[in-house]
Design a protein around this ligand. Structure first.
Ligand SMILES: NC(=O)c1ccc[n+]([C@@H]2O[C@H](COP(=O)([O-])OP(=O)(O)OC[C@H]3O[C@@H](n4cnc5c(N)ncnc54)[C@H](O)[C@@H]3O)[C@@H](O)[C@H]2O)c1
Length: 246
């Protein structure tokens, strides 16, 4: 039980990679705080996990995030690990930068970038009281290839990861970015046509299988552990070798 006595707070934790992360950390002994807009799913997940609470949070709302951290402090004594999964997606926002409607640009940056600033700022005092912690920011393979509007938001997440690593190192808080390739969250499976998924796997990835949520969670479990205590400020691509091929 690598995470006994630790608390992990996950924005966008009600489904997809965030849900898998909650399950993975609780299995390893942690308590989980599921912070999501979708309070019904978050509540059902917390009930299923047992050592978990659900809090309705819009990451754009600093007061809501502060209340979530206060709930984590009250229930479990503080936050040790923050995983920032909440985001608006490539399906709608992966458009050419000059084509995406300006109102949509603002919404996307507010959730994907400012949402992380809100969550980290809210969790920092709790982590400080616990003597340190780890922040994991979800970037994307789209921050490295054929930049779209969504890709630019994820490039900003890579930038945030570097900047915050420097700002939080004095508090013994490490900040790591994970950039997934295509992973089998329900939303991706529902939105990406099969032929598109097959083409990515067979023509672009070096490892010819569908990426799984567990592939990402295994990375979280390593990067949040003391085994990774010399790693901060980096963003790591987990995409089966994509885009290593030309
Ligand atoms: N799944 C992939 O293939 C993939 C690839 C690259 C990057 N990512 C990144 O990984 C992260 C998780 O992706 P996923 O596929 O698991 O997503 P998902 O769609 O399965 O889950 C996203 C969750 O975020 C919540 N959410 C959305 N806006 C929110 C807000 N304003 N405040 C609070 N919660 C909010 C949703 O309710 C949902 O529960 C995202 O940052 C995504 O950009 C995913």
């Amino acid at each position: 039980m690598r995470y006994s006595g630790k608390t992990v707070m996950i924005t966008g934790g009600a489904q997809g990679i965030g849900e898998a992360a909650a399950r993975g950390f609780v299995q390893e002994g942690a308590a989980a705080v599921i912070a999501d807009l979708d309070i019904d799913r978050a509540t059902a997940l917390a009930a299923d996990l047992g050592r978990a609470i659900a809090v309705e949070v819009d990451v754009r709302d600093r007061d809501a995030i502060d209340a979530c951290v206060a709930a984590a402090d009250a229930a479990f004594g503080g936050v040790d690990i923050l995983i920032n999964c909440a985001a608006l997606h490539n399906f709608t926002y992966g458009q050419p930068t000059l084509k995406l409607d300006i109102a949509k640009w603002r919404d996307m940056l507010d959730v994907n970038v400012v949402g992380i600033v809100n969550a980290v700022a809210a969790a920092q005092p709790s982590m400080q009281r616990r003597g340190g912690g780890v922040v994991v920011n979800l970037a994307s393979i789209n921050a490295y290839i054929g930049l779209s509007a969504y890709g630019v938001s994820k490039l900003a997440v890579r930038g945030l990861t570097s900047a915050m690593a420097g700002e939080l190192a004095p508090d013994n808080i490490r900040v790591v970015g994970i950039a997934p390739g295509m992973v089998d969250s329900e939303s991706v499976m529902a939105e990406l046509p099969q032929h598109h998924r097959d083409a990515l796997i067979n023509q672009m990835q070096l490892i010819k299988r569908q990426g799984r949520r567990e592939d990402i969670v295994n990375a979280f479990l390593f990067f949040c552990s003391d085994q990774a205590s010399f790693i901060t400020g980096e963003t790591i691509i987990i995409g089966g070798g994509y885009p290593a091929l030309p």
